[in-house]
Write a protein that binds this ligand. Structure first.
Ligand code: 2IO
Length: 412
């Protein structure tokens, strides 16, 4: 096992290549790892991460003012507190549950069927770049009620926004590029919001524009920030989770066979994918007062990063944590997409992901469709597998060969 060298850095090339091999040494030898270049602390133990995410008095989301607000063009939900947060969170939850979610599942199904059709006869595809990524963008645009003919432009602006949020260090040039993307995206959204306020439809933007909770409604700035927030949050992790699920199932043929034989195991496979390889690896917080972890002090005012991937593989929380096992008994599937989730892929506490149920529906719907359409899914020979990203992390590509199944997609 590697030891944590005093020169070890989460900003190093080595860590970026394979962070997972550093998680055990970090948990054991440097549970409070300080990174001088960015004056931040990295926590890796399950109980410490859980504490940071749930002790809202000591650890706030204040850091998003510099890490997110500039490109979100307004305050996002996760920055809000108190009655305002409760009310606006309820509005967003409503937009992702009940009838709204049922409509969204229909859109997911339709988009997936449309995108997979031309790929099927080829017997080969890149699950990330040919399918998962465009799918994530198309679905998100449908949810928001934005025009899919603009999808490449919106996806390009979005990647600038995502780069800003998920970069640990940004050069002034990249920062300028990200800000340009965000400003153009905002300019694109302003007339849309104006139009939805006048003629609301069934889409999420209309709901954000018209909804009220306890007499609290959303300002134009709130709506803009929430649209950009949803765009990033529904796009960034989606293709990664889908590809990681397939990677794990390809790597564990016996579990692939079990899921194919009993599709009701799919949610367990998704939950285990989120535990084993969470697509969002970092969650930032700000310490409002000194806090002691395992004998080390995180000083008041410090930025703290929760290492979600490390926490999810803490042996104090999960047995044989490095093993991918869809049948593990210490990860309850029914709880895995709710506030009672044991894994921390959706965070925890007041700001836990509002899109968890939507995420589950999306990955479940699409994975079920792929499993029924693609037989004998295997790696394309000779293609090297590579993951990228420190903040959001996933396969750069996942090239697979398959045999098209004899069935056609069921109408939904
Ligand atoms: C801007 C990393 C895309 C969220 C943030 C406040 C976004 C917030 C997250 C996830 C995924 C992003 N944070 N979703 O970690 O809404």
């Amino acid at each position: 096992m590697p030891t944590v060298d005093p020169r070890f850095s989460v900003l190093s090339e080595d860590f970026a290549t394979d962070p997972y091999r550093y998680f055990a040494p970090l948990r054991e030898q440097a549970p409070v790892h300080y990174e001088p270049a960015i004056d931040s602390y990295f926590l890796s133990r399950y109980r410490d991460v859980k504490r940071v995410l749930t002790d809202h008095e000591t650890f706030t989301t204040e850091t998003l003012q510099v890490r997110a607000e500039p490109v979100m063009r307004g305050p996002v939900l996760a920055q809000m507190t108190g009655a305002e947060h409760t009310a606006k969170r309820k509005i967003v939850v409503r937009g992702f549950t009940g009838q709204a979610l049922q409509d969204q599942i229909r859109a997911i199904h339709a988009n997936a069927a449309e995108l997979i059709a031309p790929l099927l006869p080829r017997g080969r595809m890149d699950l990330v770049n040919d399918f998962g990524r465009p799918l994530a963008v198309h679905v998100t645009l449908d949810v928001l009620g934005l025009d899919k003919k603009d999808w490449r432009q919106i996806a390009a602006w979005h990647s600038g926004v995502a780069e800003f949020i998920t970069s640990i260090v940004l050069t002034p040039e990249r920062r300028r590029h990200c800000m340009d993307c965000a400003e153009q995206l905002e300019a694109y959204l302003v007339p849309v919001i104006e139009q939805r306020r006048r003629h609301p439809g069934e889409d999420l933007i209309s709901k954000l524009c018209t909804a009220e909770f306890d007499g609290i409604a959303m300002s134009d700035r709130d709506v803009t920030a929430l649209i950009i927030n949803v765009l990033a949050a529904a796009t960034e992790p989606a293709d990664k989770t889908l590809a990681l699920l397939f990677k794990h199932l390809i790597d564990h043929p016996e579990q692939m066979a079990q899921v194919r034989q009993d599709p009701t195991l799919l949610p367990a496979a998704i939950a285990e994918t989120l535990r084993h390889t969470p697509p969002v690896q970092l969650v930032p917080r700000q310490a409002e007062r000194d806090a002691v972890f395992a004998g080390s002090t995180v000083p008041a005012g410090a930025t703290v990063f929760c290492l979600i991937g490390a926490a999810n593989r803490d042996p104090d929380a999960f047995a044989a944590p490095d093993t991918f096992d869809i049948l593990r008994t210490d990860l309850a599937t029914a709880r895995s997409f709710t506030a009672a989730a044991q894994h921390l892929a959706f965070g925890a506490g007041l700001h836990q992901c509002v899109g968890a149920a939507f995420a589950r529906a999306e990955i479940e719907t699409v994975a079920a469709m792929l499993l029924s359409l693609l037989d004998q899914v295997r790696y394309t020979p000779g293609v090297r597998y590579r993951e990228t990203g420190l903040y959001t992390r996933g396969p750069a590509s996942l090239c697979v060969d398959f045999t098209p199944a004899q069935s056609t997609p069921e109408p939904h």
